[in-house]
Design a protein around this ligand. Structure first.
Ligand code: UT7
Length: 428
């Protein structure tokens, strides 16, 4: 139970005294030591969902746009097609909202119970506000904090690690972790070295505090900023604010040294997988499924498959359908692996990713919850629909009230009499 939930139950002060200030209350101090021991806490994935745009762009479509060939793309990357947002209403927040909504539905959790939403993204809705805040509002997560996490394609693994830490620290009970991207809007569609690689989509998981052993059991995170320029969007930040020159030179698009990133990725994916398994006390032979970042099939083959000698049927690959969806690639792949019956309670999973930064990360997961989803009844669906409609109405109402205030307040200020300094009362 979170501090907030305790507050709602009228036990807020006890909770704060015991857990936040690090002091035991007198009543607790008199109890035997055993009662003070907290039940073991684990961070379990209890919900999952993904969303991809309907529009499919095949390699043959790209042959019409740039000097490329389906054969080149398939043999060098494994990609056959990708999804691309088609209309302006499809954004990083809208895809992320849909994915998160599905994760809540799988867990059958009311949105008001979520404590935190983290959106890992490399293509946020805006610099600020955070895309996570928009998702929070869209879903009516009225008790949740929200922030974006930037670690490029490793972002989902980073966010999962942060979410786990929030839960294990007792600061959150339910955390939504979203990876969402519309990188097609940052791609130079005349640059064949990058435009064939990326795709749009979103995936989400819901983490919950649990006393059932397992869940996200360990994580490793890494960064080497000396490789920052290998994969970057050079302009648009404080180093090179938007100007006519940055726009005309294409400096707002993704630029990449593909070969260098490839070399780094093949080394680091195997290394990070090894290290996280060591931390979790799981041997490579005990791994049931690796869900790697889906950037390039050859990277996966050269790293987890060859270096770690993990058999092909234990490594999930769907890069042929979606291309590289950055932070969304691991949660989308996880959802599809679940749909295909490749995940079962008791399984040892590894999520491993790499990306710009350069960054990398891995999480080990002991899957400990049933895969069966609750039956979706007519009544349940109606209830959910009503909850989301209420969230939309609430958001509209708050915006309207703010608009009214912004119009009324300046007039009220103008009417307020101005006091001369001698009329001011001295402050006691
Ligand atoms: O989330 C992290 C994101 N980034 C990555 O994961 C990227 C990692 N790198 C890669 O996946 C690979 O390096 C690429 C797929 C980007 C490129 O594959 P490669 O085997 O490393 O090709 P290359 O860059 O060495 O280029 C080989 C040739 C070049 O021609 P020349 O110089 O040998 O004549 C390229 O110009 O292939 C050419 N080429 C293409 N040809 C047809 C590059 N892109 C294309 C293309 N179609 N789309």
């Amino acid at each position: 139970m979170t501090a907030q939930a305790h507050e709602e139950n009228g036990t807020g002060s006890d909770y704060a005294a015991t857990h936040l200030n690090g002091h035991y209350s007198e009543a607790e101090a008199e109890q035997p030591m055993l009662d003070k021991v907290q039940p073991p806490c684990y961070a379990q994935i209890i919900g999952w969902g993904y969303e991809v745009p309907d529009r499919v762009v095949t390699n043959h479509d790209l042959e019409q746009v740039v000097d490329t060939q389906d054969e080149w793309i398939r043999t060098r990357t494994g990609i056959q097609e990708r999804r691309v947002v088609a209309v302006s209403e499809e954004t990083t927040a809208s895809l992320g909202t849909q994915a998160a909504r599905k994760a809540l539905e799988v867990a059958d959790l009311h949105p008001a119970r979520v404590d935190l939403v983290i959106c890992a993204t490399s293509s946020p809705e805006h610099f600020f506000p955070a895309t996570a805040s928009i998702i929070q509002d869209n879903l009516g997560l009225i008790n949740a904090g929200a922030f974006d996490l930037s670690a490029a394609c490793s972002g989902f693994v980073y966010a999962l690690s942060v979410a786990r830490a929030q839960i294990l620290a007792g600061d959150a009970e339910y955390v939504l972790v979203v990876g969402s991207e519309t990188l097609s809007r940052w791609v130079d569609w005349t640059d064949r070295t990058t435009c064939v690689l990326f795709g749009d989509g979103a995936g989400a998981v819901l983490l919950a505090a649990s006393d059932v052993p397992g869940g996200v059991t360990a994580s490793v995170l890494g960064s080497d900023g000396s490789g920052a320029e290998l994969l970057t969007i050079p302009a648009g930040g404080s180093a090179a604010p938007a100007s006519l020159e940055t726009v005309s030179s294409g400096a707002h698009y993704i630029q990449m040294d593909g070969r260098a990133v490839f070399r780094f990725a093949t080394r680091i994916m195997a290394d990070a997988t090894r290290r996280v398994l060591d931390k979790a006390g799981v041997s490579i032979s005990e791994v049931d499924l690796v869900v790697p970042h889906q950037a390039n099939k050859r990277i996966i083959q050269h790293s987890v498959l060859r270096q770690l000698k993990i058999p092909e049927d234990k490594v999930y690959v769907n890069v042929h359908k979606y291309g590289n969806t950055s932070t969304a690639s691991i949660p989308i792949a996880l959802c599809e692996a679940i749909e295909e019956g490749k995940v079962a309670p008791g399984d040892n999973l590894v999520f491993v990713g790499f990306g710009a930064g350069l960054t990398w990360g891995a999480c080990s997961v002991k899957w400990s919850v049933p895969i069966e989803q609750p039956e979706s009844t007519w009544w349940k669906n109606t209830q959910r629909q009503a909850t989301y409609q209420a969230a939309a109405a609430r958001s509209m109402w708050k915006r309207a009230v703010r608009r009214i205030y912004s119009q009324v307040e300046p007039r009220a200020m103008a009417r307020r009499p101005v006091r001369r300094p001698e009329e001011e009362q001295p402050t006691p």
